[in-house]
Design a protein around this ligand. Structure first.
Ligand code: ZN
Length: 267
């Protein structure tokens, strides 16, 4: 069921899917004419109504994954609004995504759309959002910072603290740099595309950073003892996460360890 809630003048649209026995939410945020991420195509029946009921003037996307921009082509066709995206993802967005079966089944198609290169700032009548380059979850990822309010719209930079798998496009060493950069900003409230509005956003990002840096130190120690990435993976994650099979090997603890390891520096 598509839920609508508000936080100050931010209107939050949320729906969820069932993923191997647990539910996974996706949020889209509308504030002062600006839509931040669109949600997936599989939510179209309800999210299209939500979009029609709000005066959307511009759209900014955190990244080009189908659960964040699956409705971008619909918004372009039906509402004719400008859609901003990291310049490194514009070409990919211009073609329909060739998705693996399991992602297609959960999120639906990600049709082609033509995006405009993300400006440094997105201005709305009452707000100013700084667009910040935040590689890690994928190379071309943006978060949006409203400094007056202390709001940070984090796309897929947070999701949760204790990450158990990384997807092929992820680089967790970059995520560590990104989290360090974001923690220099003055903010409290985090708007996460999968966890919603989190009042203690700063503390949560700090906890995620600590989790990843501690894991990285452990990995480096094990590498110093002569263990390979595969061996470290077997020791730290002896049981394969269910998402690894489900995602046809796209999301694994092995990839998480590899991108945190020192081997990464030479690859
Ligand atoms: Zn993503």
């Amino acid at each position: 069921m598509f839920n609508v809630s508000t936080f100050e003048d931010v209107i939050c649209g949320q729906d969820e899917i069932d993923l191997i026995g647990s539910s996974l939410s996706v949020f889209t945020f509308f504030v002062d004419g600006l839509l931040l991420d669109t949600g997936p195509r599989s939510f179209e029946q309800d999210s299209a109504k939500f979009f029609k009921n709000h005066p959307i003037a511009q759209v900014a996307l955190s990244h080009v994954h189908e659960d964040h921009c699956g409705m971008a082509s619909w918004l372009q066709k039906n509402m004719g609004v400008p859609i901003y995206l990291h310049k490194g993802a514009i070409e990919e967005a211009s073609k329909r995504a060739d998705l693996p079966h399991y992602r297609l089944k959960i999120w639906g198609e990600r049709e082609a759309f033509s995006a405009i290169s993300m400006p440094d700032e997105i201005i709305t009548p009452r707000h100013r959002f700084e667009a910040i380059d935040t590689p890690g979850h994928c190379a071309a990822h943006m978060v949006f910072y409203e400094g007056e309010k202390g709001w940070l719209f984090t796309g897929d930079t947070f999701i949760g603290i204790r990450q158990q798998v990384a997807f092929r496009e992820e680089d967790l060493s970059q995520t560590i740099n990104t989290l360090n950069n974001l923690l220099t900003l003055d903010f409290d409230t985090m708007f996460c595309a999968h966890s919603g509005v989190l009042n203690d956003g700063r503390r949560l990002l700090e906890q995620k950073l600590n989790f990843l840096t501690e894991l990285q130190e452990k990995i480096w120690d094990m590498e110093d003892q002569g263990l390979t990435i595969r061996e470290i993976d077997r020791i730290l994650f002896p049981v394969s996460h269910p998402i690894s099979d489900y995602s046809e090997g796209e999301g694994t603890s092995y990839h998480m360890i590899k991108t945190l390891s020192s081997v990464r520096k030479s690859t």
